[in-house]
Ligand binder design. Sequence first.
Ligand code: ADP
Ligand code: MG
Length: 252
Amino acid sequence: MTIQRITSKWDKTKVLLRNTAFHRLIPETAKLSKASLGEMLGRYGMVYVKPNRGTFGNGVIRVEKVKRGFKYQTGTKIRVFANLDSLYSHVKRTTGRRLFLVQKGIQLLKHANRRFDFRVMVQLSPKGKWETTGIIGRLAYPKKIVTNYHSGGTPLPFEKLMSTHMNGSQQQNYMSMLRKMGIQVAQHMQSTYPRIKEIGIDVAVDSKLNPWILEVNTKPDPYIFRKLKDRSVFQKVYRYAVAYGRLKGKRT
Ligand SMILES: Nc1ncnc2c1ncn2[C@@H]1O[C@H](COP(=O)(O)OP(=O)(O)O)[C@@H](O)[C@H]1O
Ligand SMILES: [Mg+2]
């Protein structure tokens, strides 16, 4: 029995949207076209454009409506385009014929003036029950628009990143809410993709502290949890991954 992987962000978003309970968690997402880009910028003022099958934050673009037109950023490179036509023809140069998505942009919370979001790891336990085994924050490299470890992001404990945004008991409540949400998302995804064993949900938190699901990964990196001082988190993540055959057990 092989572990099921789904790479299309568009497919996974459509699957999530079949459950109305998730609607308030999912930023509006559309296939990229000049029309969808213009409409979403009009509606939200800021959007993210990303490859349908992307990883590591590669190819992700942030576009924001500004006085002089549209501010475009990828990596740390910023440009301003005077109108939608010039913006879109530039975007098209990088996207080519590949499918890209445009998504409502969430103003990520900041820590030390850097953006951050969270990774919620949910795994099938050896007993066959979905369990949220880890939550970790990811702090973007200075001035970057993506938080991915492979784009220079730094994994940090939830508490460290949230300390200036909520008190200790609020943090505990928020994490237990994320843990429950993780399990619900996994159960729902499993109803369409019966052979998934693990998911890693990228969760943004906005200034009102509302959570948003940016994407659901079906091959989440377990090693990011090695960065936590609390070794028990990684040990469990690893043990479960070995049990369902994702990782080889340590040879002794
Ligand atoms: N709609 C969005 N609003 C705010 N930030 C976003 C949005 N979409 C993506 N990002 C940022 O870009 C990162 C990479 O996007 P993601 O959709 O997870 O693609 P990838 O598969 O490359 O990880 C996210 O972790 C987040 O930091
Ligand atoms: Mg991601």
